[in-house]
Write a protein that binds this ligand. Sequence first.
Ligand code: UDP
Length: 405
Amino acid sequence: MAGRGGIVQVEDYEQFVGAETVARVKEKAKQLQDLRVVHVNSTYYGGGVAELLSSLTLLMNSLDIKTGWRLIQGSPDFFSVTKKIHNALQGAEINLSELKREIYEGVVYENAVRNHLDHDRVIIHDPQPLPMINHYQKRGPWIWRCHLDLTNPNGELWEYLLPFVESYDAVILTLQEYARKTETPQVFFMPAIDPFSIKNRELTEAERQQRLDYYGIPTDLPIVTQISRFDRWKDPEGVIEAFKLAREEIDATLVLLGNVATDDPEGEEVYQSLLDCREERIIILARQDTALVNALQSQSAVVLQKSIREGFGLTVTEAMWKGTPVIGGDVGGIRYQIEDGVNGFLVSSVEEAAQRIVELVGDEELRQRMGQRARETVRERFLMIRLLEQHLDLLNSFETIYNLT
Ligand code: UDP
């Protein structure tokens, strides 16, 4: 890594995307220099949003765009309500009582009082801090960035949230298919990974082995892994079932690694409910260890992401970058990363997942071929510099609008 004090610079991406792209991005950033931008979300770790923000905010600063990252705080009550809102935005039922609205809007108001957002651009992530916009005198455009799968939100909830959404100047969604009818213009940015982070850089054989040994993960048999927050949408039960079916034909070790994000109160319960499934070759770990995520994604013969709903699925991108073939649920953003049968497999049932595990574990040549294609897909489409450029384009587009008015 070149860079100032170890911070990744856009030039570091030249080896992956070429000098022309780097020069173009730097040029676009020039027009935004000294602009004060702030991102607001509700957790520093655990989950894709925190993952994205930790890299994107630094990269923006490396281009002299003064970019901050603020966090809203809340009681367990608040996060229990916002998790229900999160689930209902992805299609679950919700009993949207007066009390729930009061807790939601009340805690957001308290955060608004504590956070003085007088920035030139404000980017609010996901539903937790969404109503903050009601409490400020805007000094520039506000953008709502929703990372969820909005294909089929609960109707009553969406109607309640819409006035908040329409107070924003723009909405960023992950995929075109998540578009909703809103007064506010919508743009579509797929997430991306930081190839220089501890999670994604190449580990030495020794580093990898050390992490796996530390947790007692055996490497004598092929490893099949799923790494996800403990969340029903990620279908951990389905992963265990698929593995058990596959094991009738092949020998392997399953590792389910998960963490619990601070804004996700359901995680602990989901984790506890899985513990009875543990056996010698089914390892279930609840740890936040970034290097272990990397070691597992690189070492595994197969990575699973058997989600039932998935806004995007950074875990898919991360494994693909390491040249590991991924078997993913045929849903949401996973479909935009995996081309079925080319750089991985898409599946819609436990049986299909089991069959693909058997196929991949038993065929090293297939794994290598798919893995190479997978890495190439990420290099071309899912590195952070692409997402950075999309943000610069969006921020520059306001400049034009504001200058004209
Ligand atoms: N993650 C992690 N440790 C874990 C589980 C997940 O570091 O035990 C990370 C994972 O590597 C990825 C992010 O959390 O970077 C999850 O993002 P994704 O888009 O897959 O799902 P989300 O949690 O946002 O629904």
